[in-house]
Design a protein around this ligand. Structure first.
Ligand code: FES
Ligand SMILES: [Fe+2]
Length: 343
């Protein structure tokens, strides 16, 4: 079976990081050269010249075409060879693979499978991103030396929060709070409520509720590689669990994961919050979340190092794994639906 689901839109890079220059990214073990055309569209080509496999990224941009840095074969954004030095006309059969791209939520997305199936209207977009009631706090591209599904496990799992994120996202003594989960199409939703508890550290200073809060965490995992965590707090006893959340703090932490290879992924994250942009508040939030995601990274990379050691070991399944088992099942279904692995 395929090791990855190819027919999907994957996060490639922050839009802010792609300009009119050759840049490289690696996705699903494929090396890609990325650049913006003079008109601003994003082009993505396989980063290997079909002549001798020189990486095109070490060549140069000529207008909107890439000239190989070895013998000058030149390719347009579709991967068609438009110029071959010393030949009256480039050989028609010479092509480099091009990948469909799209932009949404400040990210460039790439379609890694059958280009005929790429539908830009299916690129992930959270409606709140365009809602003026929310402001965007754009984060980083955090490299994580772990398999992307290990990070995905983490993003379907509210139970680790109290152990891993004591100073940022957790409130102590809540490790027994019940977790619910449900599959919805190619998404797994995992959620828990903490009733009548203190504000979590990350929310401190954002709003004064004058006492304890009811707090929710809904983890939406869109297979194969997108997590949106809807978390927030409202004053306890005001009916937040029943849907009365007029006066609340709400955030959507969006994690766009680029699977690089079996042992590496990149975690792109941003946060939408239901309060206006404020440089000082936003920078503090960014710093706290950076700390929190580094806490996950530390654990996940240590797990990967242990997984890489030769040993007799089989995963133990606990009740808390229900969501990640569902999520991994969906990814397997998607990979199987792609058909047999490409030769
Ligand atoms: S390797 Fe690219 S033109 Fe020769
Ligand atoms: Fe975490």
């Amino acid at each position: 079976m395929n090791r990855y689901a190819f027919n999907a839109w994957y996060p490639l890079a922050w839009s802010r990081d792609i300009g009119h220059a050759l840049t490289t990214r690696r996705v699903l073990e494929e090396d890609i050269v990325v650049f913006r055309t003079e008109a601003g569209a994003v082009a993505a080509l396989e980063d290997a010249c079909p002549h001798r496999l020189a990486p095109l990224s070490i060549g140069r941009l000529r207008g909107d075409a890439v000239e190989c840095g070895y013998h000058g074969l030149t390719f347009d954004c579709e991967g068609t060879c438009t110029h071959a030095p010393g030949m009256p006309r480039p050989p028609a059969s010479v092509r480099v693979r091009s990948y469909p791209t799209a932009e949404s939520m400040g990210m460039v997305w790439v379609w890694m499978g059958d280009a005929a199936k790429a539908d830009p209207s299916q690129v992930f977009h959270l409606p709140q991103y365009d809602d003026p009631a929310y402001s965007v706090v754009e984060g980083d591209a955090l490299p994580v030396q772990a398999n992307y599904l290990s990070l995905a496990d983490n993003l379907c799992d509210p139970t680790h929060v109290v152990f891993v994120h004591q100073t940022t996202l957790a409130s102590a003594g809540r490790e027994e709070t019940r977790v619910m989960h449900e599959r919805q199409g190619n998404k797994v939703v995992t959620w828990r409520w903490v009733i009548d508890g203190p504000l979590i550290p990350v929310f401190e200073g954002l709003k004064d509720f004058g006492g304890n809060v009811d707090r929710w965490h809904y983890y939406h995992y869109h297979a194969p590689s997108i997590a949106v965590i809807d978390f927030g707090s409202a004053r306890t006893g005001t009916g937040a669990p029943e849907g009365h959340r007029d006066d609340c703090i709400q955030m959507y932490a969006c994690h766009f994961i680029t699977p690089v290879d079996e042992r590496t992924c990149v975690q792109h994250w941003l946060v939408l919050k239901n309060s206006p942009a404020d440089p000082a508040v936003d920078e503090r939030l960014r710093a706290s979340l950076r700390l929190a995601f580094d806490e996950d990274k530390r654990v996940l990379e240590a797990i990967q190092r242990n997984e890489d050691k030769p040993r007799e070991w089989k995963r133990i399944r606990l009740a808390l794994d229900a969501s990640s088992i569902k999520m991994r099942g969906i990814v397997e279904e998607m990979a199987a639906a792609d058909g047999p692995p490409a030769a």
